[in-house]
Design a protein around this ligand. Structure first.
Ligand SMILES: CC(C)(COP(=O)(O)OP(=O)(O)OC[C@H]1O[C@@H](n2cnc3c(N)ncnc32)[C@H](O)[C@@H]1OP(=O)(O)O)[C@@H](O)C(=O)NCCC(=O)NCCS
Length: 187
């Protein structure tokens, strides 16, 4: 069957058990995005001193199926800042602030620690507080880090997403990400 006549792998698997898939994008495509931050929101570099606020953000951003409670969220953020998911890239990790509160964050490592991921920058977290969604904040953050990464010579960026995370899948598709599995099939 011709590749374009069937659903991409991530869509075929949505109906089965949700699984985590790697997606990747050309940074040059993300840089072309136009979304601006809404008025009264500003972007700030990620700092370890933000850890407890980021834990709260993480806990409120995901369902209880993903993160049970704040304690679990705090452990997750400890892992992040201990570089257990790869060495943090502070030039591509930012928070969005609104009224002195962190309402969104993007966290990137220089290289993911897993074998089944492409080399180069890898987004380990992207989260926006539920109340501030659909304002273009995630799209803005993706472009913001893409500009910095392009300046440092990176060509592609990757991340992992659950096959049933429809909001995230729509966001990533809009921003030019494709499934790494599909890309490998073409090679
Ligand atoms: C996924 C997530 C980061 C999106 O953040 P956001 O700031 O609301 O997204 P944006 O407003 O920048 O949306 C940009 C585009 O993504 C798509 N999109 C985002 N949310 C969507 C939704 N709920 N339904 C449909 N499309 C959506 C749309 O194409 C949208 O463009 P449009 O506004 O022109 O239609 C946010 O829902 C979130 O934090 N979810 C929980 C954490 C998570 O799952 N993170 C991803 C882990 S891989």
């Amino acid at each position: 069957m011709k590749k374009e006549n069937r659903a991409p792998i991530h869509e075929q698997k949505i109906l089965e058990d949700p699984q985590q898939y790697t997606w990747f994008a050309q940074i040059s495509n993300i840089v072309r995005l136009k979304r601006k931050l809404p008025e009264d929101f500003s972007v700030w570099p990620l700092q370890e001193k933000n850890k407890s606020e980021l834990s709260e953000l993480y806990s409120t951003s995901y369902s209880r199926k993903i993160v049970k409670n704040l304690v679990e969220a705090q452990k997750e953020m400890d892992h992040v800042f201990q570089n257990e998911y790869g060495l943090l890239d502070f030039s591509a990790s930012f928070n969005v602030m609104h009224k002195n509160m962190i309402v969104a964050s993007i966290i990137t490592v220089k290289q993911a620690p897993w074998d089944d991921t492409p080399s180069g920058p890898f987004i380990i977290e992207l989260m926006v507080k539920p109340y501030h969604r659909r304002l273009g904040i995630a799209e803005y953050l993706l472009r913001h880090i893409a500009v910095n990464l392009a300046d440092s010579g990176a060509k592609t960026i990757a991340l992992r997403v659950m096959s049933d995370n429809i909001k995230a899948l729509k966001l990533y598709r809009k921003c030019g990400f494709v499934s790494w599995d599909d890309a490998l099939e073409v090679v």
